[in-house]
Ligand binder design. Structure first.
Ligand SMILES: CC(C)(COP(=O)(O)OP(=O)(O)OC[C@H]1O[C@@H](n2cnc3c(N)ncnc32)[C@H](O)[C@@H]1OP(=O)(O)O)[C@@H](O)C(=O)NCCC(=O)NCCS
Length: 236
């Protein structure tokens, strides 16, 4: 029987805190790329449809491992997020459109909306030493029990192990603090960098899923990798 997440959720109207809960049926759309908000709302090669869970409180203090910090998006991040949204490899791997100046204007509000509705947890990956943005991590909630992750590291910061750190921090938060039973990510079968980043984050690979993912309207093979509480030594 599925357990409900233990994440603390604030009812803004009542100003009260309550256990996270989600009523209604969960609709998981694995393998379907749904990014339409620019690179800021990463959804990966195949992803879950966001599911409203009620307001989700961003971790405070922000999650950090001493090298990187997962924090909220700021106005000052937007130029670098927009630049990276034009990177060819990012465009190839993610279904999102480049972040135009017009779309930049609503960017912070759209991120806040994801937190407010609990559909997703959009983090900026920042350098712990100078707070400069290095990439994006988005966690999309499939249902009470599981969430999908998508990550992008800005081109200048690749190859330094940033993605594995961010994936691990975000996944541990989901499993430990929100009580998720499974955190997963899907990567195109030929996206070696993404698959390696997931492996280094401790995710375990499942079988190849043939023609499971859709990116830019094209079906393609992908692999799914996941982390579960047992991987962290937590009780099942
Ligand atoms: C996939 C991605 C997030 C990995 O981030 P990262 O912080 O560079 O990850 P790592 O530093 O751990 O490198 C992972 C692998 O990338 C490859 N890599 C190494 N240096 C690299 C560089 N300068 N540029 C690109 N890839 C590099 C290597 O295969 C490396 O594996 P290794 O450590 O076993 O050699 C990043 O390449 C990216 O943003 N790609 C575009 C978006 C994308 O594919 N997102 C995933 C969608 S499912």
């Amino acid at each position: 029987m599925a357990q409900r997440p233990q994440g603390r959720i604030v009812d803004e109207r009542a100003g009260q805190t309550e256990e996270a809960r989600q009523e209604g049926a969960a609709e998981v759309a694995e393998g379907e790329a749904r990014g339409e908000e620019g690179q800021e709302e990463l959804l990966g090669a195949g992803s879950v449809g966001g599911l409203a869970r009620g307001p989700l409180v961003p971790p405070e203090p922000p999650l950090t491992d001493g090298e990187i910090v997962l924090r909220l998006r700021r106005e000052s991040d937007l130029p670098e997020i927009a630049d990276a949204s034009h990177d060819p490899e990012t465009r190839r791997r993610l279904d999102d459109q480049p972040l135009t100046p017009e779309r930049q204007r609503g960017s912070l509000a759209r991120a806040e909306e994801q937190w407010r509705t609990g559909t997703g947890a959009p983090f900026v990956i920042a350098d712990a030493s100078d707070d400069r943005p290095l990439g994006l991590l988005n966690i999309q909630f499939a249902d009470d029990d599981e969430a999908g992750m998508a990550v992008s590291v800005f081109p200048r910061a690749r190859g330094r192990g940033i993605a594995p750190r961010a994936i691990r921090l975000g996944a541990e938060w989901g499993l430990r603090e929100l009580g998720l039973r499974r955190v997963f990510a899907e990567a195109a079968a030929d996206n070696t960098a993404s698959i390696r980043a997931l492996e280094k984050a401790g995710f375990r690979r499942r079988e190849l899923l043939r023609d499971h993912c859709v990116t830019h309207g094209q079906r393609h093979d992908c692999v799914m990798a996941s982390l579960v509480p047992e991987d962290l030594g937590l009780p099942s």
